[in-house]
Design a protein around this ligand. Structure first.
Ligand code: SF4
Length: 250
């Protein structure tokens, strides 16, 4: 393992700015599978992959490198039925080491408290809980997803850990090509005008050619749930919401 210093949280690895720059320069020219191989070599089994089930592209890439990698799906309780069906299809297809972080319906629906609080307490807090004990995590975030994600590095620090975005530089055409070539499961909503799929109350279909993220939180300034931004909560909020529980399906 490459030498890493202890991070600001006291026990997590932290790459120096120079190491980050060198890794990002190297990985810009490398296939995504090589990035994942590096992450697995460095951090597995203290590494997980978050998946939204818009498609299973990064899952497909990751399990080819390490079939036992932990895949985390955050079930907010507000997902489309199609997303949960896709989760089941993907779990069966790949025999995933799947961890579902479940937010049971609270006495008052989180959604009624507004999207900032809802995302923070349903998504971000569950992510932080999923990351307990992990040194690093991976995601399928891409620069082409949105303006806000246009500078996404391949390796960075986020949520007190090393975060790896193996397909940060992939175009929409790259994604479509890989999905077609490898028969990767895709959420059926993708073909119904939903290029970016979040929770049911906050996601609308968009017109062809429109900003793919414009269907998320329509009519609001909000463009990110907070899971992939450095400014959101870096610590679990379970203490404030004791109803939050975890379900690991058989
Ligand atoms: S996307 Fe909407 S429903 Fe889902 S957690 Fe965020 S605010 Fe809540």
């Amino acid at each position: 393992m490459m030498a890493m210093t202890v991070g600001e949280h006291g026990r997590f690895p932290e790459l120096s700015e120079r190491e980050l720059a060198e890794l990002n320069a190297r990985f810009e020219r490398a296939p995504a599978s090589s990035v994942i191989e590096w992450a697995v070599e460095q951090f597995h089994p203290y590494l997980c992959l978050t998946a939204s089930m818009t498609d299973a592209l990064v899952v497909d890439l990751a399990v080819r490198v390490e079939p036992s990698i932990e895949v985390v799906f955050i079930d907010t309780g507000y997902h489309f039925a199609e997303t949960l069906e896709t989760l089941d299809v993907v779990r069966r297809r790949y025999g995933l080491n799947l961890r579902v972080m479940t937010v049971p319906t609270p006495p008052v629906e989180l959604w009624s408290a507004g999207p900032e609080r809802c995302c923070s307490e349903a998504k971000v807090a569950e992510l932080d809980r999923a990351l307990v004990g992990k040194l690093a995590w991976m995601s399928g975030v891409r620069r082409a997803d949105s303006f806000a994600r246009r500078t996404t590095p391949i390796v960075e620090h986020q949520r007190g850990r090393v975060k790896v975005n193996p397909i940060a530089g992939w175009s929409d055409a790259d994604v479509a090509g890989y999905i077609a070539a490898h028969d990767v499961p895709v959420n059926p909503l993708r073909d119904q005008g939903f290029p970016s799929i979040g929770c049911r109350p906050c996601t609308q279909a968009v017109a062809a050619g429109a900003d793919p993220r414009s269907g998320r939180w329509p009519g609001r300034e909000k463009t990110e749930c907070g899971m992939h931004t450095a400014t959101s909560s870096a610590r679990p909020r379970r203490d404030r919401h004791p109803v939050l529980t975890e379900k690991v399906p058989a």
